[in-house]
Ligand binder design. Sequence first.
Ligand code: F7E
Length: 341
Amino acid sequence: MRKTALITGISGQDGAYLAKYLLKKKYKVIGTDRRSARNTNWRLRYLGIDKEILREEMELGEINEINRLFEKYKIDEVYNFAAQSFVSTSFNSPLTTSNVTALGPLRILEVIRNQKNKIKFYQASSSEMYGKVIETPQNEKTPFYPRSPYAVSKLYGHFMVRNYRESYNIFATSGILFNHESPLRGEEFVTRKITLGLSKIKKGELNYLELGNIYAKRDWGYAGDYVEAIWKMMQQRKPEDFVISTGKTYSIKDFINESVKCLGLKCKWKGRGMKEVLINTKNNKVIIKINKKFFRPAEVDLLQGDASKAKKMIKWRPKINFKQLVKMMIESDFYRSDIKF
Ligand code: F7E
């Protein structure tokens, strides 16, 4: 029997990669977006699957819209990627963030609870929930310390999933995913901002790039690897939560240095703090500056995940490492012109 999956946030990076993965497994894929994201089709086009998905409009703020979809289709699995997912934006819009990112999954869970048929639910939890980390590396048992309205909202969703699982016997699972990137990552996130910005600089289309805290460290994996883990989590006999990460951590500065190397630029760092700059030694031009505007009111300094449980229970491990990831993103941004925004 062909399964039907509902993916919320279909036009985002993870929505697109998971849709491709599920289509290969012969799923019928329904993809939803909020109204204002309807024109963001480039990722699905890039993966060549834009015509294979049933697109629907659904605001996570409106339970009636969620209900309507569950009445229209017989859904087997729900993957909830829809969220206000920009950490920095969440400091300026905590209420909108909470309404979508925290209450959104709750609304879907409520609709599922009232359905007669069994529907599985996946929630995109986030390593941001660890925030000011209590221990390193972080695993499923590490206590949380969220540092932004985004992270607090994700934590609400995370515990709500656990509650629905334990109280209503619903197959509900959370993947605590550490940062995952790809050529399809939005330009607002630091990795893509760097690979796109430096590619433009190399091509002479941009003079310099401005960044915030380049000393924060992240555990960066490849989004294409992570959607496989997500699907595997949903095929378990019993629902459980899993950390999905590479186990390695690098600073933003490391990411810049690796990108520069991939582009064949010769550069050197000069100065300290707000005055630190990256100089292209070929022409002595400053190509990276620090700007206060990109610092956050509260920073998450270090994330490093321990995905041993996923390795053991769902036999998942990442295939792409840090260097391969940077190379993939640089090659895509420097050489390709088919990604249109
Ligand atoms: O920031 C620093 C910034 O915005 C990474 C989301 O997918 O992953 C993502 O959240 C780091 C932070 O991702 C700039 O301060 C420096 O320390 O790429 P990011 P994020 O906040 O880690 C998690 C797992 C999610 O769940 C989120 O939805 O980079 N940083 N300079 C900068 N960050 C940005 N965006 N822009 C800068 O100019």
